[in-house]
Design a protein around this ligand. Structure first.
Ligand code: PFF
Length: 450
């Protein structure tokens, strides 16, 4: 007894106007902004990369974000069924199912990193993390290589499952309404702290004074891939959230609000991290370990470092949690529509399954499974991250552009766009975005080289 094509979900589960915007910002602002964005910006030369990211966000990210929200509200169902509802064609459901699978896989490793942040929050506030002469990179390796990450991953799953079981307005919306404003306050406190450190100016310069000679063609692809990840695109998330939006809400305005919100949080995260990194003589291109290995060294030397370090990791945890629930809602909505599961059942079964699938990732970052290489130099964790971020998400995004640009004829009406706005949107969806996405894809699978 699945939700038949054309059939729509009841009105019981809906966001309020502000609730939707906050939830969508909560989804987009996550580990991507606070953990990944600073380190890829550091590795790709700083300010010039930041500019590139902004361009990708506007030219490719926003049009797809609007398309996803529009599909969700028009189709009024999960990411797969919405596509069928809007065209009456079954095969779109199969393609849409790809995004549901992507969400599931992303969550399996996202919860691992989210778990690390919880552990680091606790260790910072208790002071256990900061000891005289500690080597933070060894500390991280010892932690990530043990079994504790599995415990923390389970905590993330239980927390997310609990919020999700409480529903769209009573769970997702409520959580975001509390956490997102709180998040901004903590972020601003940290920004003031880092900007007033001695030598902070060098970090600001690195982040905001562009040197274009540092950019490579690869930077463009990384920026584009990150724009996708950062806006939670290509995996049915914004379609699913869009299905809970009222007809009166302006999707164009919501798109701008979410895009702007995502950018502002990334911007402030950069202003927290780079001044700190430079002030303590650390390397901005450190990579994945920037947050977990380099920054603790800075916090340990700062007055009240345990407090500021704790705040920083708390921030990361909040960002991770509000994104994690949005990812999980994708397979949950699918199970509830398709198999008529209750919300509670879906929350329990899906978080449990996702936990199990994530355990190998958790144990492959220096742990017992770290010797397994799926492809050359890629552990299980690296492989799942790579396949989802650089192959499955772009494919999901391509699907959305083609669907909205070519297959579904009434997208403009649902999005509330007409005239030049509509034409620009269509041009970006039909031509610009697909070409860029295909380039990212071909590059990722090694079919083109620069
Ligand atoms: N946008 C989130 C981040 O930047 O951390 C990650 C994410 C959330 C990706 C939700 C995809 C998604 F559907």
């Amino acid at each position: 007894t699945q939700l038949a094509a054309g059939q729509q979900k009841g009105t019981a589960e809906r966001f309020t106007r502000a609730g939707f915007i906050l939830a969508a910002i909560g989804s987009s602002v996550g580990l991507g902004n606070m953990w990944k964005f600073p380190y890829i910006t550091g590795q790709n030369g700083g300010a010039a990369f930041f500019l590139l990211f902004i361009i990708c966000l506007i030219v490719v990210g926003l049009p797809i974000l609007l398309a996803e929200m529009t599909i969700g509200r028009g189709g009024r169902a999960n990411a797969a069924t919405s596509l069928i509802n809007l065209t009456g064609k079954k095969y779109w459901g199969w393609l849409g199912f790809l995004t549901v699978g992507t969400a599931f896989l992303i969550m399996s490793y996202y919860a691992v990193v989210a778990g690390w942040t919880l552990h680091y929050t606790l260790e910072s506030f208790t002071g256990a993390l900061f000891q005289e002469g500690a080597d933070y990179s060894n500390k991280f390796k010892a932690f990530a290589g043990g079994y504790m990450p599995v415990f923390w991953q389970a905590v993330v799953m239980v927390l997310s499952g609990w919020v999700l079981a409480r529903g769209v307005s009573g769970g997702i919306e409520k959580l975001n309404k509390i956490l997102i404003p709180g998040f901004l306050i903590i972020l601003l406190v940290l920004m003031v702290r880092s900007l007033t450190l001695p030598g902070a100016g060098k970090g600001v310069e690195f982040f905001l004074k562009p040197d274009f000679s540092l950019l490579t063609p690869e930077s463009v692809l990384i920026a584009l891939g990150h724009a996708f990840f950062s806006l939670s695109l290509g995996m049915g998330c914004m379609i699913t959230y869009g299905s809970y939006v009222e007809k009166q809400q302006s999707l164009g305005a919501a798109t701008l609000a979410v895009g702007f919100g995502d950018l502002v949080y990334a911007f402030i995260a950069g202003l927290v991290i780079f001044p700190t990194v430079f002030s303590y003589g650390l390397a901005p291109g450190e990579g994945v370990g920037l947050a977990f290995m380099a920054l603790p060294a800075a916090f340990s030397q700062m007055p009240f470092g345990a407090f500021f370090g704790g705040l920083f990791f708390l921030l990361l945890s909040i960002a991770a949690l509000t994104s994690a629930i949005s990812i999980m809602e994708v397979p949950m909505a699918y199970a509830m529509d398709k198999w008529r599961w209750s919300r509670t059942k879906a929350a329990v079964v899906i978080t449990a399954l996702c936990f199990v699938i994530g355990v190998p990732s958790a144990l492959s970052v220096g742990g017992v499974l770290s010797h397994i290489e799926i492809t050359k130099d890629k552990t299980i964790f690296d492989f799942v991250e790579f396949v989802t971020s650089y192959i499955m998400m772009p494919l999901g995004g391509l699907l959305v552009t083609l669907f909205t640009g070519y297959a579904w004829k009434r997208a403009g009406e649902e999005a509330g766009l007409s005239g030049p706005w509509y034409k620009t949107w269509m041009f970006l969806l039909r031509v610009v975005a697909p070409i860029l996405i295909i380039l990212v894809f071909l590059y990722s699978v090694g079919l083109i080289k620069f």
